[in-house]
Design a protein. Structure first.
Length: 123
């Protein structure tokens, strides 16, 4: 009894065709996939520290208040006007200009620090 071995043909590195016992099967085409995760560089620790201090000052928080990179402005009691004032304080401290669309997306100290470092790099 003779054993039949499936044959396959590769048309290009992204496509494979399979044939078993003379029967052809549809080709399989490999498609590129979006990455499952992205690596982002975190802001410099000194930038995060400066942002924490500015947030404390703008929100009139006691100096012993725990403000970290993960702190959300809303959790610290900031409303939309406070957030605008925080962004203005950041612009003044770092000598940058924050676009309105970018300012509206900032919700944490870390996001603000990341944006600042990115803007400073592009100067």
């Amino acid at each position: 009894m003779q054993k039949q071995v499936p044959s396959s043909r590769v048309f290009n590195p992204n496509s494979v065709s399979l044939s078993i016992k003379g029967r052809n099967f549809p080709s399989i085409t490999l498609q590129p996939r979006a990455p499952l995760f992205q690596i982002a560089c975190a802001a410099k620790p000194e930038t995060v520290e400066k942002v924490c201090n500015i947030v404390k000052k703008q929100l009139a928080l006691p100096s012993e208040s725990a403000v970290t990179g993960e702190s959300k402005f809303s959790a610290l009691g900031a409303d939309s006007l406070d957030t605008v004032e925080i962004v203005m304080g950041l612009e003044e401290e770092f000598g940058i200009t924050v676009e309105e669309e970018s300012a509206q997306t900032i919700t944490t100290v870390q996001e603000a620090a990341d944006m600042i470092d990115k803007l400073l790099e592009s100067k």
